[in-house]
Design a protein around this ligand. Structure first.
Ligand code: ARG
Length: 614
């Protein structure tokens, strides 16, 4: 099997050949890179190209029968016929402890590595690093600001916000895993004329008791009612506009103060009243959001929002725009004509002097750069806002901010059919509650198993959330998908429950084996094909973590976790731990344990809470 290499050398696992230094290889965090460094430096010698460039061209063959490392000769851009060259290089190849064989297959060169040596190095490494396995420090010293979720106060938390929450959390986690410093920011929709309308509505329908009791629901109810009223009485709209203008200016009259005085904890002058009321709406809503996000295991470092962008920043933005001659007046409003960039027109000030969504986004971006000096800023927002964000980035560029190149829109498609069975869910809480209920129903169908679950309610909550999240992250972000209530809860197929089940099953092996993990195993006992396939999968995890930083596509990690789980279940058909000779049981236990750590790390990267029992 191991052509050109004697069995004795391989069994030693103490390689004497030093690993060549190749730029770009991360020997500490990616054990496959040691093996790749040999291949890269070997091909560098044959081709005269730089080993660093070659390293970046190495691939993992789709089919593991083709070895572990491959390179497409044409990518090297060397003179001559690629398949001839491949054959010549095979002749020149000489094996060592790391790379055991080299074969030509058309334009490709395929390399077989010493898999047991890899297993030895890898299991050792995972044993030491545990939760850190897969991470790297490539982003050390860099800062990423990730803006995500960003729901609107008093309005439904719709599927777009749910996707932003799930994907945004992933974007943040991926940066963390690659060594970046990250800041998660929730930019609440809490400002604008609609909130003038809400304030008018609050005066008519609001009570402090209900506000304290369930702020999100109360404000939403008021919002629905006052919007109905507007249909019958247009003048309410004028009141809303006027109220919003006062909110922006910070000037409200005394009668308002009397009306809402129950809500005012302290105030010094009439000027601040609207803002105090506002602060209360915001604070109570944020309190509530925090609880719900906690259920999803999400924590924001900053709760910001449109209302938090200072007048000063908005004015400074307008001043720069004026200075640069970008603003035009149109019917008393200020606009930016972006037609030459095929980006339509952006209105940045209404004719009553108030700001708009995009104005506040300009001010917010400026404030964020000043405050955080980020190396990257992500806006995780539905693709319905593609034009808005393109306009924003274009305007920032026209204003002369070269850091606009660090801003990226992470967009995603729509979800169809998310209305729940009852058809009533408008808040994140309701969605999660109904998910939990449905999951609970599915679990009850297996009575025997169900009776063994200690805390079925919590387990149903976690699996249900995993179901929703995995469904969401299974395809490329930009694709629309249909919310399939029954399909996503299934324990079979590419679902969240399947992944949780795979993880829990690995945990049960550890629980039931009757002995402790021993890191000093006899590696040669892991030489079955399905064991080596597992080692192969586990070894690739650091590649996926690194790759996810470039694509920011959660589906790459979902696919990885699925494949790992499938490979585990294939291995479990034949490679048992229970009832085996002790040395064999120990070796397999360590291998499954490494799979459990890796799968758990992948699930956490996706934002899931890996379950130990279910
Ligand atoms: N609140 C907005 C909405 O629900 C999303 C905010 C997106 N972020 C931004 N910086 N504009 O549509």
């Amino acid at each position: 099997l191991l052509t050109g290499f004697s069995a004795g050398d391989i069994m030693s696992f103490n390689p004497v050949t030093p690993i060549p230094q190749v730029g770009g290889a991360d020997l500490e965090n990616n054990k496959l890179d040691s093996f790749r460094s040999f291949v890269a430096s070997m091909i560098a010698e044959f081709s005269g190209k730089s080993a660093e460039d070659i390293l970046a061209l190495l691939e993992v063959p789709k089919n593991s029968d083709h070895g572990n490392i491959a390179i497409a000769i044409p990518k090297l851009r060397v003179q001559g016929n690629p398949s001839q060259i491949a054959k010549q290089w095979v002749e020149k190849f000489s094996p060592n402890e790391y790379i055991t064989s080299c074969t030509a297959s058309g334009h490709y060169l395929n390399f077989e590595i010493n898999k047991l040596l890899l297993a030895n190095i890898l299991l050792d490494d995972i044993y030491k690093r545990k939760e850190k396995y897969g991470t790297n420090q490539s982003g050390a010293g860099k800062k990423a600001l990730v803006e995500f979720s960003s729901p609107n106060i008093a309005k439904p938390f719709h599927a777009g916000h749910l996707r932003s929450t799930i994907i945004g959390n992933f974007v943040k986690n991926v940066h963390d895993a690659n060594g970046w410093e990250t800041i998660g920011l929730n930019y609440l929709g809490d400002w604008g004329k609609q909130y003038g309308l809400l304030a008018v509505g609050f005066e008519k329908y609001g009570t402090e008791r209900e506000l304290l009791n369930n702020p999100i629901k109360h404000l939403y109810d008021i919002y629905v009612k006052i919007n109905k009223d507007v249909d019958e009485d247009e003048t309410i709209n004028d009141q809303a506009r006027a109220y919003f203008k006062k909110m922006e200016e910070g000037t409200l009259t005394f009668s308002y103060i009397i009306y809402i005085k129950n809500l005012i904890i302290s105030y010094s002058s009439g000027d601040e009243t609207s803002l105090i009321l506002w602060k209360k709406f915001r604070d109570l809503s944020i309190e509530k959001y925090k609880d719900t996000y906690a259920r999803l295991n999400i924590n924001f470092d900053v709760y910001s929002g449109e209302s938090q962008v200072s007048n000063e920043s908005n004015n400074r933005a307008l001043d720069i725009l004026k200075e640069k001659n970008i603003l035009k007046e149109s019917d008393g409003a200020l606009i930016i004509d972006l037609k030459q960039y095929k980006l339509d027109i952006a209105v940045v000030q209404k004719n009553d002097g108030t700001t708009l969504y995009i104005t506040r986004d300009i001010g917010a971006a400026m404030e964020r750069y000043e405050k955080y000096k980020f190396d990257a800023m992500y806006y995780v927002v539905a693709s319905q806002q593609d034009l808005h964000l393109k306009q924003l980035f274009k305007i920032l560029a026209l204003m002369g901010f070269e850091w606009v190149d660090r801003c990226k829109h992470i967009n995603f498609g729509m979800v169809n059919g998310m209305s729940t069975r009852k058809g009533t869910a408008v808040f994140l809480d309701d969605i999660l509650e109904q998910t939990k209920e449905s999951m609970h129903e599915v679990m009850r169908q297996n009575e025997k198993k169900y009776s063994q679950v200690e805390n079925p309610d919590q387990v149903a909550d976690i699996i249900g959330i995993s179901a929703v999240m995995i469904q969401d992250m299974s395809a490329k972000r930009i694709r629309n998908y249909t919310f399939k209530w029954d399909r996503m809860f299934s324990f079979e197929g590419d679902t969240g429950p399947y992944l949780q089940y795979a993880h829990a099953r690995l945990c049960s092996i550890e629980r039931n084996c009757g002995f402790e993990i021993n890191p000093n195993i006899d590696i040669s006992l892991l030489s079955e094909k399905s064991a080596l396939d597992l080692i192969d999968m586990v070894a690739q995890y650091p590649d996926f973590v690194k790759g996810a930083l470039n694509t920011l596509e959660p589906c790459t990690i979902v696919t990885y976790a699925m494949k790992l789980s499938h490979t585990v279940s294939v291995a479990l058909e034949t490679l048992w731990v229970l009832g085996q000779e002790h040395k064999i049981a120990e070796a397999r236990l360590l291998m499954y344990w490494a799979c459990r750590i890796t799968l758990g790390n992948a699930l956490k990267l996706l934002g899931l809470t890996p379950l130990e029992r279910m």
